[in-house]
Ligand binder design. Structure first.
Ligand code: COA
Length: 289
C-alpha cells in the first residue's frame, strides 16, 4: 500500500488545498473549512498547482475532489474573489476569472478519471468543478444551490451552463431563479450527481467506484471520458468520425491493451467484457501479435 501526503504547508496559499494519495487514488480537498471552502484566488492558484503535480504521476490512477469540514465548496469567495479583485479594475477581475476557470477547464479534460465527492455545501461557482469531475457522488445531507440570485447576480462562471447541461429546462430555470437549495437525494434524482448516499457511507462508495476505475485500461478511460464530453454538441456523423479518430489515436498510445482484451476473451476465455474488465496486469507479449 502506498500512502503519500503533501509536505507541510505555507498557510497563506498552499494550505488552501490538501491532498493524500492512497492506493493510487488522489484525495484532493478544498481546505478552507472555516470559510466553508469558498474559492479565493489563493485557493484557485493552489488547486492548479496540485492538479499539475498529480496529473501525470504514475502513483495516481483516479482523482477524487472533496471538501474538508462541513462544505464541499460554498462557491466563489465573495470577499477575496469578487470584492477585493473588483477594486483592481477589469485586469484584476479577469485575472481572477482566468485562475478559477483555468483549473476547472484543466479538470474537465484531466488525464485521469475524476470523481466529485460532495460531502456538504455546494454553491454557485462550485458547480464549475462539480461538472468538471467525470462522476459525482453526494451525501444525502449535502445541500446544492445557485445562491447567486439571492445576493444579486446571475450564476456565472459556467454555473448556468452546468445546470442547463445537466438538468431539464424547467428544473434548470427553477433552480436558477428561486435560490432554493436541494439536498443530495434530489440532486441525484435531478441528475446533478450520479448517486447520493448517507454521509457516513459516502467515502466507502467513492472508494468502491475508484477501485473499479483502477482496473480499466487508462488510455481507454481518457479517450472515453473526452469522447462523452466532446460528442454532445456534434452531429451524429461528426461524432461517428470523431470516435473513429479518437480510437485510432488511442491505439497509438496503447496498441496492445485492446489486443490483450480480445485475447483474454476469445482465446483464453478468462473473462467476458459484458461482465467485467480484462486483467490488464496480465498483459503479455502475445498481445503484440
Ligand atoms: N464567500 C466568502 N465567505 C464565505 C463564503 C463565501 N462564498 N461562504 C462562507 N463564508 C465565510 C463566512 O463569511 C464566515 O466567515 P467568518 O467566520 O469570518 O464570519 C465563514 O465562512 C463561515 O460561514 P457561515 O455562514 O458562518 O457558515 P454556516 O455553516 O452557518 O453557513 C453557508 C454555510 C454556506 C450556508 C453560508 O456560509 C453561505 O451562505 N455562504 C455563501 C454561499 C454563496 O452564496 N456562495 C457564492 C456562490 S458564487
Amino acid at each position: 500500500m502506498s500512502d503519500r501526503s503533501n509536505p507541510p504547508v505555507d498557510p497563506g496559499e498552499t494550505g488552501t488545498v490538501s491532498f493524500q494519495v492512497i492506493d493510487r487514488v488522489a484525495w484532493v480537498k478544498f481546505n478552507r473549512p472555516e470559510k466553508r471552502n469558498c474559492m479565493s484566488p489563493k485557493l484557485n492558484r493552489q488547486m492548479m498547482r496540485v492538479l499539475d503535480e498529480l496529473e501525470y504521476s504514475d502513483e495516481v490512477g483516479v482523482l477524487v475532489l472533496t471538501g474538508e469540514g462541513t462544505a464541499w465548496s460554498a462557491g466563489m469567495d465573495l470577499k477575496e474573489y469578487f470584492r477585493d479583485t473588483e477594486v483592481l479594475g477589469l485586469p484584476g477581475t479577469r485575472a481572477a476569472q482566468r485562475e478559477a476557470y483555468g483549473w476547472w477547464r484543466r479538470l474537465r479534460w484531466y488525464h485521469k478519471p475524476t470523481i466529485a465527492m460532495v460531502n456538504g455545501w455546494c454553491f454557485g461557482g462550485g458547480y464549475g468543478p462539480l461538472f468538471a469531475c467525470d462522476l459525482a457522488f453526494a451525501a444525502d445531507e449535502a445541500q446544492f444551490g445557485l445562491s447567486e440570485i439571492n445576493w444579486g447576480i446571475l450564476p456565472g462562471g459556467g454555473a448556468t451552463k452546468v445546470v442547463s447541461e445537466l438538468l431539464s429546462f424547467r428544473r434548470a430555470m427553477y433552480h436558477t431563479l428561486m435560490g432554493e437549495n436541494i439536498d443530495g437525494r434530489k440532486a441525484a434524482e435531478w441528475g446533478l450527481v450520479n448517486e447520493s448516499v448517507p454521509l457516513e457511507k459516502l467515502r466507502a462508495r467513492v472508494e468502491e467506484v475508484a477501485k473499479v476505475l483502477l482496473t480499466k485500461n487508462p488510455v481507454a478511460l481518457k479517450a472515453a471520458k473526452d469522447a462523452v464530453r466532446r460528442v454532445g454538441d456534434m452531429t451524429y456523423d461528426n461524432a461517428e468520425d470523431y470516435l473513429i479518430r479518437a480510437q485510432e489515436a488511442a491505439n497509438f498510445f496503447d496498441n496492445d491493451g485492446r489486443k490483450e482484451g480480445i485475447r483474454q476473451f476469445i482465446d483464453e476465455k478468462s473473462y467476458k467484457p459484458g461482465l467485467g474488465a480484462y486483467d490488464k496486469d496480465k498483459q503479455s507479449l502475445s498481445a503484440k501479435k
